[in-house]
Design a protein around this ligand. Sequence first.
Ligand code: PLP
Length: 424
Amino acid sequence: MTDYGFDTLAIHAGAKPDPTTGARATPIYQTTSFVFNDVDHAASLFGLQAFGNIYTRITNPTTAVLEERVAALEGGVAALAVASGHAAQMLTFHTLLETGDHFVAAKQLYGGSITQFGHSFKKFGWHVDWADATDPASVKQAIGPKTKAVFIESFANPSGLVIDIAAIAAVAHEAGIPLIVDNTLASPYLLRPIEHGADIVLHSATKFLGGHGNSMGGVIVDGGKFDWSKGGKFPTLSEPNASYHGLKIHETFGAIAFAIACRVLGLRDLGPALSPFNAFMILTGIETLPLRMQRHSDSALKVAEYLKTHPKVTWVSYAGLKDDPSYKLQQRYAPKGAGALFTFGIKGGYESGVTLVNSIELLSHLANIGDTRSLIIHPASTTHRQLTEEQQKAAGAGPDVVRLSIGLEDPQDIIKALDKALSA
Ligand SMILES: *Cc1c(COP(=O)(O)O)cnc(C)c1O
């Protein structure tokens, strides 16, 4: 399977005709539990001596196809699919951090992640230190003795900024810690972070992997290269585990240890399992990921070029534009396209942003990205509302910022709708 090209993997990786019925599409195994052959079989499954299905909170055959497919597309060794992107983040940090530990995260992140890291994670005793992901020196400076990971987005939400993954990976690896890359906005079609040094790749599958705005999901991809036992920083992976009679996860499972730990400890005990139905919906979406991402990128470039010339627009931030500060990094990391998402500044600030989203037709005013439909939002009054004005600006979501997620409609229709609303 690994010899096949990306478009072939997007359709076939992980899937084969159902051995019982011959069904060609992956069936939805809508069952909570699976019958054991006998007591010995059950014992070996519970003891992690054999791979197999016990209960859909931990594994499910439909979800397993999704996991294998995303691992193949990202060039990872294993993956775990969960209920949402935020669940993927929670399980990742649950595996890496002990109470009192720190991690460094980019300031340029999805607003929900800034809130999750800065507020809810505190209750677990996990501490985030913020850094400027456009400046590897800032990341290096934020790393301390208790820092266990660095977290960035490949294309940052909402600004669409392209981050120099290899430079940040070098800083993380010098400190003996893994780099986690949220690759939601780029998708593996445009950019594959593991090839540039990422150790763990995360997705909100809710967005481009699913692609149709109909199903929540998240994925954790294990790059398989990080040495979890070196330096004793990751006891969950390297030390004997009391809930499996002293089993050492890294020693036992080797390259796939991180994905295994996220499943058999994090997902088992915290519980954010993906529904098999959503796994099926996301799998179906992935079959057309290459076609959609190309069209999203091509249309977004057309819309960005149009807005750049509009008198009511003060600036456009899209990495695909030749004079954009991210253009060089986009050409290096994602030469096929800069994705669907970008921001622009509207004359008149906060009030004009609100008027635009209230008056526009065709584009839906909502808090999502990566739909077939074009979406618009004014982050300062919605997704980034919980942040201070300083955090909003640092995250690329100041009062005049409007964010677009360009869908798959005729680009001319999207431009016409923007034109009409901007002159309102
Ligand atoms: C939406 C999003 C998330 C959170 O994912 P959910 O599926 O909504 O939980 C995380 N990161 C990025 C970049 C996102 O866009």
